[in-house]
Design a binder for this molecule. Structure first.
Ligand code: G3P
Ligand code: CA
Length: 350
């Protein structure tokens, strides 16, 4: 081997990790459709996911809960009173119950008390009719979808569009569901495996606000895991005292053992006044991706400086808000308005 060739090989060996890192850093931030395009359709319906895909979302987000017969369905919580017509269905009146979930008392109707066949007779309704009046006209039209149907939708859309549409499922109330004999984790992994998506490179992230179920999932699947965190409180499983502690450099190092990234509440990354925290830098220093939530266009949800007019349902400048986060270096974001998110991301990436 000539000296020049040896030098070239050594240079290539030294350069490869830097190039790999560059490729990760320069890839576009992902747009995650939060509960679908939930700003424009009732959340967690196939119509909401379909619209999100048409609007340019890279991932669609189902929150997952379980039925009495062990089927995973998309609802933000197991209490379906606020997002379905169950309270008006006389045949299910006797299913109304009061339960304590994650330490909070809830009275309503719960997915774990319904078979999938029964749930399928219900119809979705808009959660926020005062803020999203246009969505209410879809009330009564759409079913509660299963995870299997959502995966099929994503796969069909990928084949049709030539884009890769992924899913970003969240296990909801995992320790509660385990406590009633309906653990979510194995069922989720079984669905992914059946879809050929139980792989490290599958277009899937699994997220949870709890810690121990993510650690359990780490043993069950190679799909990347995302530790969710809120600006207040701590995980309902009590595995860590607070999210604030988990967001410190030490806390992030502990998360990096089992997760590929964090999903922080957005004000942990950039405060309403535009002040940027060290969270993105600290997370990246441990190799964790950062996907904050949730970007919503209505004035009601925006920091005061980005509102337009005084109508809480009116839309302010969510695009400017997203711009702050992209400038802060986030790797993706959850939004109820994927078309605005994709526009902001594409403008930033150019
Ligand atoms: O999963 C990210 C974000 O969706 C967490 O909040 O309450 O909308 O599920 P939530
Ligand atoms: Ca979620």
């Amino acid at each position: 081997m000539t000296g020049m060739l040896r030098a070239a090989l050594m240079l290539a060996m030294i350069a490869t990790p830097a190039l790999a890192k560059e490729a990760v850093i320069s890839s576009k931030p992902i747009i995650i459709a939060h509960r679908g395009a939930s700003g424009e359709r009732p959340e967690h319906t196939l119509a909401a996911y379909q619209l999100a895909i048409e609007q340019g979302a890279d991932f669609i987000e189902p929150d997952l809960v379980m039925t009495r017969d062990g089927q995973l369905v998309a609802r933000h919580e197991n209490d379906i009173s606020g997002t379905t017509d169950v309270s008006s269905r006389k045949e299910f009146a006797d299913r109304k119950a009061t339960k304590v979930i994650d330490g909070i008392k809830h009275t309503g109707w719960f997915t774990e008390d319904f078979t999938l066949a029964e749930l399928k007779t219900l119809r979705a309704k808009e959660r926020l009719p005062l803020l999203r009046r246009g969505n209410s006209k879809f009330d009564g039209q759409f079913e509660v979808p299963t995870l299997r149907e959502i995966i099929a939708l994503a796969k069909a859309a990928s084949a049709r569009t030539g884009r890769t549409i992924g899913i970003y499922p969240e296990t909801k109330h995992p320790s509660y569901f385990a406590s009633i004999g309906l653990p979510l984790e194995a069922a989720l992994v079984a669905e992914l495996r059946a879809a050929g998506w139980d792989r490290a490179d599958a277009p899937v992230f699994i997220q949870s606000f709890e810690v121990d179920n993510l650690k359990a999932l780490k043993q069950l699947t190679r799909v990347p895991l995302i530790q969710l965190m809120a600006s207040e409180g701590g995980p309902a499983d009590g595995a860590q005292p607070s999210y604030t502690a988990m967001a410190t450099p030490e806390g992030l190092k502990a998360i990096a053992v089992y997760a590929a990234g964090i999903g922080p509440q957005k004000d942990m990354v950039v405060a309403g006044d535009g002040t940027v925290s060290s969270l993105v830098a600290d997370a990246h220093a441990t190799g964790l991706k950062v996907h904050p939530w949730t970007f919503r266009a209505e004035n009601y949800f925006l920091p005061s400086g980005l509102r337009k007019g005084i109508n809480p349902a009116g839309h302010g400048d969510m695009t400017a808000e997203i711009g702050r986060f992209l400038a802060a270096g986030v790797d993706g974001l959850f939004t109820d308005y994927p078309y605005l998110g994709a526009q902001a991301r594409d403008r930033h990436s150019r």
